[in-house]
Design a protein around this ligand. Structure first.
Ligand code: ATP
Ligand code: MG
Length: 412
């Protein structure tokens, strides 16, 4: 029998769940998703997509011949595009019952199975047969040709037929996407990124909810090393898969720490460092048009992460602080870090500015008034302003791009 299917599926159908419920914003969300998908596929190589179309609640990707050959790579990378609920490489045939029957037979013949079902979805009004009847007619044809058994619940094989875009799309494999919202639909936020395990994971979850991300990293050069900055760059490269060219602002905390060291009660050091970090981060975020800070804090992990201390640290700023990991155990955070490939980078030894010059017994329930009193011995405003003025902005390119890192110094 002559084959009616291409050697490889020439199409990928992407479904997006949450976008469907977003009412008026829907068009905007769909277009963002399409742009993100196109851009992400270009990270594999240029020229793999012939076209991409938003049709009847789906995103249809039409592959070039080269795209068909590199299908496994495309499939793998689509698993990292937020907003996709599930997706399927599909074959396209003419919307005629006999052709669909033959195509379904050919597709199923390539699989090992005993039981099967046909699942038709029809959004094309021109197709004369209902979805239910299509299931029956195609199913009966398969039974007749292969002698296999229909089983509606948990079959070995499920042949799906999507009738839309004046065509019939057939597939037997449906892959789960990462869900979430397309990156870029939810406004901009500033991730406070250390070199540790938690903050990259917090950045990942923020991206999953569709934000545009920028990052702020505090260092204590020369007490912390250049390696720490390289770690931050490597971490950003991992997040660049979801959003290319993430901006990072590197801020020297050293002069502030020296002031705190010499002039304040050691029990409050960490809290004071962090109050300064928040103040500086808020100003930088405002300057870059970000509306919230994101941190990798979760409750009760370390001294600075008691609710009491969080409150005293946060009272210095107006901007909301998002903590996507607040309810997660370390084990759960590590599992995500491994999944997004940041774990091995994060566990490389480094000294964080927050762990530098830390006393043996930091306050776990700091009182706002006591901390504020310590700050009266410091020139808070000029220290903050100096840190903001000397901050350096880098744009980290996607790992595969041989671009130079943009290096700019921004004024206050
Ligand atoms: P992480 O694993 O993200 O370093 P952690 O469990 O070590 O977190 P802390 O050191 O208390 O916890 O830091 C809490 C959060 O403060 C971090 O998740 C991050 O968002 C922010 N933070 C800590 N150090 C830095 C830094 N050097 N630069 C920017 N943000 C930082
Ligand atoms: Mg840390």
């Amino acid at each position: 029998m002559k084959s009616i299917l291409d050697k490889q599926p020439g199409y990928i159908i992407c479904h997006y769940a949450e976008i469907g419920i977003k009412g008026k914003n829907r068009n905007y969300f769909e277009r963002k998703l399409r742009d993100n998908v196109k851009r992400t596929i270009r990270m594999v190589a240029a020229g793999l997509l012939e076209k991409s179309k938003l049709v009847q609640g789906r995103l249809l990707l039409i592959l070039t011949a080269e795209g068909q050959e590199r299908l496994p790579e495309i499939i793998a990378i689509l698993g990292q595009v937020f907003g996709i609920a599930y997706y399927a490489p599909a074959y396209r045939v003419a919307p005629e019952l006999e052709i669909i029957q033959s195509a379904a037979l050919e597709l199923l013949q390539g699989l090992q199975f005993q039981t099967f079902r046909i699942t038709t979805r029809k959004t094309d009004r021109n197709f004369p047969v209902s979805a239910h009847r299509t299931n029956e007619l195609v199913g009966a044809y398969i039974v007749e040709q292969l002698g296999s058994k229909v089983k509606l619940k948990d079959p070995d094989a499920n042949c799906r037929i999507d009738l839309f875009y004046q065509a019939a799309f057939l597939y037997t494999e449906r892959l789960e996407g990462p869900g979430g919202l397309p990156v870029g639909v939810s406004g901009k936020v500033a991730l406070m990124l250390s070199g540790g395990i938690d903050s990259p994971v917090a950045g990942y979850f923020a991206l999953k909810r569709g934000v545009t991300l920028m990052a702020i990293h505090f260092h204590s050069m020369p007490y912390t090393t250049v390696t720490a900055l390289d770690k931050v760059r490597e971490l950003i490269k991992k997040l660049n898969i979801y959003q290319p060219r993430i901006k990072v602002i590197l801020v020297a905390l050293t002069p502030i720490q020296q002031e705190i060291l010499t002039k304040t009660d050691e029990r409050y050091r960490v809290i004071l460092y962090r109050r300064f970090m928040f103040r500086i981060a808020e100003r930088l975020a405002n300057r870059e048009g970000a509306h919230a800070l994101v941190t990798g804090e979760s409750l009760g992990q370390v001294a600075s992460q008691t609710v009491e201390n969080m409150a005293v640290i946060e009272e210095t700023i107006k901007m909301p602080v998002l903590r996507p990991l607040i309810g997660m155990d370390k084990k759960e955070i590590i599992a995500v870090a491994e999944k997004i490939d940041t774990y091995d980078i994060s566990i490389q030894q480094h000294i964080d500015c927050c762990t530098l010059f830390v006393p043996k017994h930091p306050a776990t329930k700091a009182k706002s008034a006591a901390v504020a009193r310590c700050e009266t011995d410091l020139d808070v405003e000029s220290l903050v302003c100096e840190a903001v003025e000397t901050a350096e902005l880098e744009i980290i390119p996607i790992a595969s791009q041989a671009e130079q890192i943009d290096h700019e110094i921004h004024p206050c």
